[in-house]
Design a protein. Structure first.
Length: 326
């Protein structure tokens, strides 16, 4: 089972944009931006994330998109009734540039959600408000969250990286980078968004982890350990935020057809993933198929919606049975 979520690229220096003024609001402080749910006006001195604002690149309403389970234009989607009851909500999605993060962002747009899409490089989607941010930089994370006017209803943590290698061969840098993105990055965004949700006493946070966080994997110690830590962090956060009416859940994908996954294949051949590898003590996929990003996005939509209003601190495995999880 290979990692499934969107990856932060290692082909250039990380973004380090700290020019925005930072706030140090206490979690229990009332934030004027959140005082009136559904209103999206910015207050004096606040970064403007509306169309035309200096820091966001919102898209238009008449362009593209393929949603979960299908393809085609999204024209008119915002006018239909969402089966999840999510119209008009605001969501932040990290790792939204490709793979699962992209699928989640577009699935939320199709449900009438205003999506703030974040990745190391500014996501190029015409239907979202796009930001470039390094999740390992707490100042930049806070600046992005501060720039979102109005209530923040949902956070979906997807950004992640994979460094393969046996423990004896793994460098200090690869170990630290894996945890910085996969675990500390989730902490940075979850902390900042939770502070905005607490005064309103509602909201939902979904973290895309991995089934590797619950099953030992040879050559994936850093990745698996970081995902295990992220899963437990999200559950602890859910326990702390439950008295405030805020739910926190985990989606744990298995092998999913993303650019990160395909980098592990021999060409376009996924047969080895489906069959498993007994020599490495790795089971195949009982359902006999690789997941699509939309499969994972659908699970995220459910846990983020009010249909899951009595579910919190849960980890939902979306892996075709690969972990033989009871």
């Amino acid at each position: 089972m290979s990692p499934a979520e969107n990856t932060r690229h290692d082909d250039g220096p990380p973004w380090n944009e700290n020019e925005n003024d930072q706030r140090s609001a206490h979690p229990d402080a009332t934030d004027q931006r959140d005082a009136a749910p559904g209103e999206h006006g910015t207050g004096p001195g606040e970064p403007d994330a509306r169309p035309g604002g200096p820091d966001a690149r919102p898209g238009t309403d008449n362009q593209r998109g393929t949603g979960p389970g299908g393809g085609g234009s999204r024209e008119g989607d915002r006018g239909r009734v969402s089966p999840y009851g999510m119209q008009g909500k605001t969501a932040i999605v990290t790792g939204a540039g490709r793979g699962i993060g992209e699928a989640v962002a577009l699935a939320l747009v199709a449900e009438g959600v205003r999506v703030v899409a974040v990745d190391l490089k500014e996501p190029e989607h015409p239907l979202v408000e796009a930001y470039a941010a390094d999740v390992t930089d707490p100042a930049r994370v806070q600046a992005v969250v501060d720039a979102v006017d109005g209530p923040i209803d949902l956070l979906v943590n997807v950004a992640g990286v994979l460094h393969l290698g046996d423990v004896v061969d793994l460098s200090d840098e690869d170990w630290a980078h894996t945890f910085a993105v996969n675990t500390t990055g989730v902490f940075h965004f979850s902390r900042a968004v939770a502070r905005r949700m607490i005064p309103r006493r509602r909201g939902a946070i979904v973290t895309v982890s991995s089934n590797a966080g619950g099953v030992p994997r040879s050559g994936m110690a850093a990745y698996a350990a970081s995902k295990a830590a992220t899963t437990m962090f999200t559950k602890c956060l859910g326990l702390e935020l439950a008295p405030h009416g805020i739910r926190c859940n985990i989606v744990a994908p298995g092998s999913t057809d993303t650019p990160m996954q395909r980098e592990l294949w021999d060409g376009d051949d996924s047969s080895a993933v489906l069959a498993g590898n007994p020599a490495a003590f790795r089971v195949g996929i009982p359902l006999g198929r690789i997941a699509t990003p939309d499969d994972v996005a659908n699970a995220v939509l459910f846990l983020a919606s009010d249909r899951a209003r009595h579910i919190t601190m849960h980890d939902l495995y979306v892996d075709g049975g690969a972990t033989l999880r009871a």
